[in-house]
Design a protein around this ligand. Structure first.
Ligand code: ATP
Ligand code: MG
Length: 333
């Protein structure tokens, strides 16, 4: 039996499409797929429009290992290696809630699912255990108290994707196994880590603080505050210590070091080590001619890395070139 979306009240349209809308979209997708038994529907790269990335097309033929892809929108042909062709998924996966179910898991299909869901303000999508979130830059009613109630103690696979489902799984597992749990919230600056972390904290506080009544007024003295109020109100105070502006976020969180009590010198050291690791990763090597020995292809990155670590760059490279000693020989690492 399908889930009764009325439990989500105003938030329903931002969490799952209604059956009628789904059927309407499916009919359009079936019309687009159109080629049962004919050329395969594929994603064609759109180098002239990097924001779009890919558009629909058909795999018309293959010449010398190169697939000839014809765009639906303008009939232009684009050739890619046969192995690099990204097939479109069957229409039933359009705007699917869990991308791990896709028949063809490729970059273009993942982008298409996320983008088409985002146009409907369906901001949460699963990818297996992960919950991918796209920042809506506007407050949706999906964090209302009735949503928290709806997700409490419910099975993840019977509910629309939501951060609350992930939080609830962690909470239930903590109770079941009596073990600490962790959630990884990651993304570029402005992706919504802080906002979503606050929502998770709020969820835990409300679910865990026994008997906390819903939707209480904020104007309370510290003594009267519930556990939920205290935890949630601690966050803005922490943010005040280390907010910065980035190109993507006016309210960027950069306060971790201050919480951990690092001195300025230690913070400087951490940045240096991080930058050194990045330069180290950018180092390139080539084979020395007629020898089975590698050598650095330019020393720019090695020099920068060593400058940051206070090392002598040529000594450092010599050490890297050295044949492994008896201890390391045969070591798989
Ligand atoms: N789920 C959401 N609903 C509405 N607005 C959001 C949501 N997530 C993020 N935003 C908006 O985007 C802005 C940036 O989000 P946030 O501060 O959480 O980014 P961040 O990932 O923590 O970035 P940084 O790494 O720079 O700290 C928020 O101030 C808010 O305006
Ligand atoms: Mg942040």
């Amino acid at each position: 039996m399908s889930l009764d979306l009325s439990i989500f009240q105003d938030a329903a349209q931002y969490l799952r499409m209604s059956e009628e809308k789904k059927m309407e979209i499916m009919a359009k997708q079936i019309a687009l797929a159109k080629t049962i038994g004919g050329p395969k529907p594929v994603w064609v790269p759109t180098p002239e429009d990097p924001d779009l990335g890919y558009t629909r097309g058909l795999w018309s033929e293959t010449k010398a290992g190169m697939a000839q892809l014809v765009r639906d929108d303008n009939g232009e042909t684009y050739a890619v290696k046969e192995d690099d062709v990204m097939e479109c998924n069957p229409p039933k996966y359009h705007q699917c809630e869990d991308m791990a179910n896709l028949t063809y898991l490729n970059e273009a299909s993942v982008l298409d699912v996320l983008r088409s869901r985002y146009t409907e303000f369906l901001i949460y999508t699963y990818s297996g255990l992960f919950c991918v979130t796209v920042n809506p830059y506007k407050m949706l009613p999906v964090y209302a108290m009735y949503c928290i109630d709806a997700y409490r103690g419910r099975k993840r696979n019977e509910m629309p994707p939501h951060l609350y489902a992930v939080a609830d799984t962690a909470y239930q597992q903590m109770l079941t196994y009596r073990e600490n749990q962790s959630m990884l919230i990651t993304g570029e600056s402005g992706a919504g880590k802080t906002v979503n972390t606050k929502k998770v904290i709020q969820y835990f506080a409300l679910v865990a603080a026994a008997g906390a009544p819903a939707g209480k007024a904020n104007a309370k003295s510290a003594k009267d505050m519930s556990l939920e109020d205290k935890i949630v109100s601690a966050n803005p105070a922490l943010e005040a210590f280390g907010n910065a502006k980035t190109t993507r976020n006016d309210n960027s969180s950069r306060f971790a070091f201050h919480i951990l009590g690092f001195s300025e010198e230690q913070i400087d050291g951490i940045w240096k080590i991080s930058a050194a690791i990045l330069h180290h990763m950018n180092m390139e090597f080539r084979n020395k001619q007629r020898e089975e020995q590698a050598e650095a292809d330019g020393t720019d990155n090695a020099d920068k890395c060593c400058f940051l670590l206070g090392l002598n760059s040529s000594e450092f490279l010599k050490y890297i070139y050295r044949q492994p000693g008896p201890l390391l020989q045969g070591c798989p690492c």
